[in-house]
Design a protein around this ligand. Structure first.
Ligand SMILES: [Ca+2]
Ligand SMILES: [Ca+2]
Ligand SMILES: [Ca+2]
Ligand SMILES: [Ca+2]
Length: 359
């Protein structure tokens, strides 16, 4: 009964908001699956939201979004990301931090090269997921011994670290203040660790951040959150433990979605009509061979930004002939500058050199 639980969580969260004013929010993440131990839940669930996309970033987590980009908490350092047993080096200087109304969030993305052969992840746009079932995936310890503290039951963290999944449901929304500098707010939602909760009730643990929270939109899974903070029961709670009543916080990706899409997507899945032909992305724009395709126009006729359209208008007014549409092989494509809207010389550094096969 999510609604019965969310009432008590809301009251506790009010206390948290006061605490947040004093900036007492531990940074966290990765999962202690407090109903599981050992190797349990270290392979994809049968209804898989994207387990293989969640990677290990040092002792933290990061999620592969597709197109050569990973997303993680801003307090996770940039570096190589291990995905499905393979380490992918970071692209120097590629980090982009996301913000809202002048508040830089505890959320960023950076590129890895080569790009893993995995599809582009969908990102949730629903601003209210309260009551929705979620799957959480991150790198962290398993469940250890049962304990009782602060008048409630729980578990110590175990000694088997790995990427594992768990479940919970979204209890509500709150802005979480960062520790440094004081006052930067990260839009987030939270789950409560409940005795008798969901089938694989999960709570994040201090030490790792950047893991994934997925929810279903109809029949399709979407990435909705980046795990980044927790609330515990205070001084009475033993270190390295999770108690019923603790909460886990995820960055609300819906609030940063436009920035994320603009940063990490190729033209054929960036939700923009890049070449002004009235058709947006794959499969609507026939020049797109897949969501991973870099160009929404035939190669040789790159997408027209405002400057390009102005130039074209000037050319038409001057009676100039339109350039002939040239049919050219799509690959290999030149490298593309991040945020650019057209091809750049082959000497441009960075960017993925491999691409996933069309789905
Ligand atoms: Ca719960
Ligand atoms: Ca597009
Ligand atoms: Ca188009
Ligand atoms: Ca087109």
């Amino acid at each position: 009964m999510p609604h019965a639980r969310s009432s008590s969580v809301w009251q506790r969260c009010c206390l948290l908001i006061l605490g947040v004013a004093l900036c007492v929010v531990p940074k966290t993440s990765a999962l202690a699956l407090l109903v599981e131990s050992g190797a349990s839940n270290t392979t994809a669930p049968s209804d898989d939201p994207g387990f293989i996309h969640v990677g290990k970033r040092a002792q933290f987590s990061a999620v592969y979004l597709g197109n050569g980009w990973v997303i993680t908490a801003n307090h996770v350092p940039v570096g190589p990301v291990e995905i499905d047993g393979t380490a992918y080096p970071e692209v120097a200087g590629s980090k982009v931090r996301f913000d809202e109304a002048g508040d830089p969030a505890d959320l960023m993305a950076f590129q890895i090269d080569p790009a893993p052969s995995l599809p582009i992840l969908e990102i949730n746009s629903d601003p209210n997921l309260t009551g929705e079932s979620a799957v959480l995936i991150g790198y962290g310890p398993d469940r250890g011994a049962a304990i009782t503290a602060c008048g409630t039951d729980g578990y110590l963290w175990g000694g088997n670290a790995g990427i594992r999944w768990g479940t919970n449901d979204i209890a509500g929304y709150v802005n979480v203040a960062g520790l440094n500098p004081i006052g930067e707010l990260t839009a987030s939602f939270y789950t409560a660790f409940d005795q008798g909760g969901s089938s694989h009730e999960a709570q994040v643990v201090t030490g790792n951040s950047g893991g994934a929270l997925f929810v279903k939109n109809g029949s399709e899974w979407e990435l909705a959150g980046t795990l980044f903070a927790l609330q515990n029961s205070g001084a009475c709670q033993p270190p390295s433990s999770a108690l019923y009543g603790n909460a886990s916080y995820s960055v609300d990706l819906a609030r940063y979605r436009d920035q994320i899409i603009a940063t990490v997507r190729p033209e054929c899945s960036d939700e923009i009509d890049n070449d002004a032909d009235g058709l947006i992305d794959f499969p609507a724009d026939p020049d797109c061979t897949s969501r991973e395709d870099d160009y929404e126009a035939t190669v040789g006729v790159p997408g027209l930004g405002p400057a390009g359209l102005s130039a074209l208008a000037v050319a038409l007014l001057a009676g100039a002939a339109l350039p002939r549409r040239r049919i050219a092989p799509r690959r290999p494509l030149p490298a593309r500058e991040r945020g650019g809207d057209g091809p750049t010389p082959q000497t441009t550094p960075g960017r993925a050199h491999t691409r996933p096969p069309p789905r």
